[in-house]
Design a protein around this ligand. Structure first.
Ligand SMILES: [Zn+2]
Length: 59
């Protein structure tokens, strides 16, 4: 069996099997962040926009 695919959090650079897609600055680029970083980042962030949840596929 293959190891589950993981992605790195944009902010803390740790790997997760579930991340949250969001925009966090005026450039409007989509980034993936873990739940902890997301909570921190969205406070007082005028550019914050949630774009869905990414989950690793089991294979
Ligand atoms: Zn993080």
């Amino acid at each position: 069996m293959r190891i589950r695919e993981q992605r790195k959090c944009f902010k803390c650079d740790k790997e997760f099997s579930e991340l949250f897609r969001c925009r966090i600055d005026e450039r409007g680029n989509w980034v993936f962040m873990c739940g902890i970083c997301l909570e921190e980042t969205k406070i007082n962030n005028l550019f914050y926009q949630y774009g869905g949840t990414w989950k690793a596929k089991k294979s």
